[in-house]
Design a protein around this ligand. Sequence first.
Ligand code: ATP
Ligand code: MG
Ligand code: MG
Length: 424
Amino acid sequence: SYRKGGYHAVRIGDPFSGGRYIAQRKLGWGQFSTVWLAYDTLSSSYVALKIQKSAQQFAQAALHEIEFLSAAADGDLQNTKCVVRLIDHFKHAGPNGQHLCMVLEFLGDSLLRLIRYNRYKGLKLDKVREICRCVLTGLDYLHRELGMIHSDLKPENILLCSTIDPCKDPVRSGLTPLLEKPEGNANGGGGSSTMNLIEKKLKRRAKRAVAKISERRVSMVGGEEASSKTEKSLDGIDMRCKVVDFGNACWADKQFAEEIQTRQYRAPEVILQSGYSFSVDMWSFGCTAFELVTGDMLFAPKEGNGYGEDEDHLALMMELLGKMPRKIAIGGARSKDYFDRHGDLKRIRRLKYWPLDRLLVDKYKLPEAEAKEFAEFLSPILEFAPEKRPTAQQCLEHPWMNVVSTQNNADNVESQMRNLHIKG
Ligand code: ATP
Ligand code: MG
Ligand code: MG
């Protein structure tokens, strides 16, 4: 993909936007882009630089993403709404063409990595609650204040807020500040031959600030894949996070795609093509919350003998949530592909009902009371009827979100006792 119209090859130390940003190391990539940690010489801080492939359709997609990221930034001047911040954007000319680049605030690991790091065992409910509070805050903002549907919510697109400054904490962050010029940084400087004084000055500052790559990843949780046998503790780690990846976002009143969302997080109305709204994000949120608690995807449909992935997906939903109301089952443009006129699946006839609260206890060994409370929070979010699902705002007010943890309770009791003791 590193050819005309494709990715831009980046080397450590490469300057971008007239020398303002200096590439440090690769953070991730997607089908359309590579994402780099870069040093912003203007603000003396680290940023994430998303460099899009150069062909016309990728540039178009990047402009789309910039539209949504800009709208989100404009309505959140305090940067408190749990959505990744767009700092800057520009074009970068390289050997493979013109690449649109987005400069984003630098965040930490994705929730997918966090789940992996925790060896797919699921997180403690208090941690899940903290994460849910951030995600719901982000969704509430996008939905209610902006009229925006994210359309691709999933653990991979929720990043922990990195509290580590790679400059101040080079060891933990895996970055070592480098004082001399790194090798081979002559490439891809935006093609400017007449560099003015400011740019020269910026470049000198940048060179001083350039940091060296290390094998270790910048991350809050240390980064290694959970391969070792040892139990890893997430105690004391702050679970604040932000929603990222606005490449598939749309305005509720201006939709263009029929098939949205990543398969496992796709809402039933999208599969059936019955029209969709904000509540598709709530469905994905429900799937994500379950995955955080259990370490397993809620629905992982597979094509089988005589039926497709979509029908398996619908079957899995009904095995967990009960039969889909007939009116909803037969109400979509694609309904006839999967359901007969009675509202039964055409090819998958025998379903094994295993409701959420039982699943959480029997398979995932949650204590009865915790399972019941979490299932009471999650079940309405996984309603087949989209209009019956609670909004993000309503979820934030749900008792499960506002439980005082037993640990906190114990702490409170203890501190009250201490107070009494002092006063007494
Ligand atoms: P594409 O559109 O190119 O298919 P994508 O839409 O999945 O890819 P993103 O999700 O925005 O692209 O970014 C890809 C990866 O880059 C993320 O999963 C994450 O690992 C990393 N990344 C993205 N943004 C940031 C950020 N602000 N801070 C740190 N890492 C980031
Ligand atoms: Mg993504
Ligand atoms: Mg994308």
